[in-house]
Design a protein around this ligand. Structure first.
Ligand SMILES: C[S@@+](CC[C@H](N)C(=O)[O-])C[C@H]1O[C@@H](n2cnc3c(N)ncnc32)[C@H](O)[C@@H]1O
Length: 396
């Protein structure tokens, strides 16, 4: 026999690395009051203290009115850890919004983001998760950057969320590109061993079968060990869906129901929702699927818009969006951080869902938009701002 050539191990390729002129993670990009960018060596920056300027209720939440570099640094120096970061930085749109400027050259934008992303990573607990909300303009750059900073093995998903489209192009016979109807959220874990609870989300229109329904108990998957005799039928091919003991228990459950004199299986099931039912009709066996108002979440979130227009803040994100993010990636009692807080949707929803929260915002919207929101959710909080030389950077 001819000799098999020795198998060579596939070379381990270094993941591609994103580079841009002036990339230097040791220098921090700061934006001054006039929107001008300044790069300062991280080691030479003073460490501003944050001073409490207001306290409401139990002070469990924390709102930092500061450039997030200083806010994140302050949290790190105090040994804080957080379990979920949802963050929605400017998207590098080249626009000047009413409450903030989003007109940095792309390299500068990435430099600003890189140092903050490193700080965010270092604040995450071992079971922590980062969800960063972006759009097509920079998401490809940021994904490469996050692969480098978190490790590609920590990438979990990119999630598509719905935005409002402006159909101004209808008037033309030719278009340059399709109108953009989505944003993207990148999800990274801090540790590859992190597992999340089953991601069940509400069905927008309630259960499709309010009474439950009977479904074929036979499947085309082909395991001979699952072709046992059940209710007088032994499949010649394919298989029963469940192992024998489970199926026989479900047959017994159905017999118990028929013997009970009740006529509505749904009511019978409600007494003990762990019970399953299997029955035969004609030459087929069926199992009963109870009504469900939840479905397994996937990466297309198009049941609601990712934006809200309630607070006179142009890039306000919607409460259903934050509710889903917070429910899927954190548990009650966890701490949720948003270092680009805007109008404060993350804090408001975190408080409403029983999570602790930390928000950082450098604009005056910290006072005008964010500060009133926790009270609406019945939550107490502390409001702090950077003091000293860098205090001016914190306030516009
Ligand atoms: C897209 S908005 C966030 C919107 C927010 N998710 C909401 O629901 O309202 C981005 C925010 O990040 C803030 N921001 C930008 N650079 C910052 C920095 N270096 N430190 C703190 N906040 C910053 C802007 O002032 C702006 O309010």
């Amino acid at each position: 026999m001819p000799e098999q050539p020795a198998r060579r191990a596939a070379p381990r390729l270094e993941p591609p690395r994103l580079d841009w002129p002036d990339r230097d993670p040791d220098r921090v990009v700061l934006i001054d009051e006039d929107g001008a960018a300044e790069r300062r060596p991280a080691g030479e920056l003073p460490k501003p203290e944050l001073i409490e300027i207001a306290r409401h209720g139990d002070g469990a939440g924390l709102l930092l009115w500061a450039d997030n570099h200083f806010g994140l640094d302050w949290l790190l120096r105090r040994g804080t850890t957080v379990d979920l970061i949802y963050t929605d930085p400017p998207f590098n749109t080249g626009r000047r919004f009413e409450h903030y400027d989003d007109r940095l050259e792309v390299g500068l934008y990435l430099s600003l983001l890189e140092t903050r992303l490193v700080q965010m990573r270092d604040l995450l607990s071992a079971r922590g998760t980062l969800v960063i909300h972006l759009d097509d303009r920079v998401v490809h750059h940021v994904r490469l950057l996050l692969d480098e900073l978190f490790g590609p093995e920590n990438f979990r998903n990119s999630v598509v969320v719905k935005r409002i489209t402006k159909n101004l192009q209808h008037q033309f016979q030719q278009v340059q590109a399709l109108p953009v109807a989505h944003d993207l959220m990148l999800v990274y874990s801090r540790d590859p061993s992190r597992r999340y609870p089953k991601p069940l989300v509400p069905k927008p229109n309630g259960p499709a079968h309010p009474e439950g329904y009977w479904k074929d108990f036979w499947s085309t998957a082909d395991r001979p060990t699952m072709r046992y005799e059940l209710l007088g039928i032994t499949p010649a091919k394919g298989q029963w869906k469940w192992r024998r003991s489970r199926a026989e228990q479900a047959v017994a459950n159905y017999l118990e129901f028929t013997a009970s004199g009740h006529d509505r299986l749904l009511d019978w099931w409600r007494r003990d929702e762990t019970r399953e039912f299997v029955r035969r009709r004609g030459e087929k066996v069926y199992h009963w699927v109870p009504p469900s108002d939840t479905r397994f979440a996937d990466t297309l979130w198009d049941e609601f818009c990712a934006y809200s227009f309630r607070r006179d803040f142009p890039t306000e994100k919607s409460e259903p969006l934050l509710e889903r993010v917070i429910r899927l990636y954190s548990e009650p009692g966890d701490t949720v951080l948003d270092p680009f807080a805007g109008s404060g949707t993350t804090g408001a929803m975190a408080a409403r869902l029983g999570r602790r929260w930390v928000l950082i915002e450098r604009g005056e919207q910290a006072l005008t938009h964010i500060a009133p929101r926790p009270a609406e959710a019945g939550a107490g909080y502390r409001l702090c701002r950077a003091q000293g030389e860098l205090g001016t950077l914190a306030a516009r």
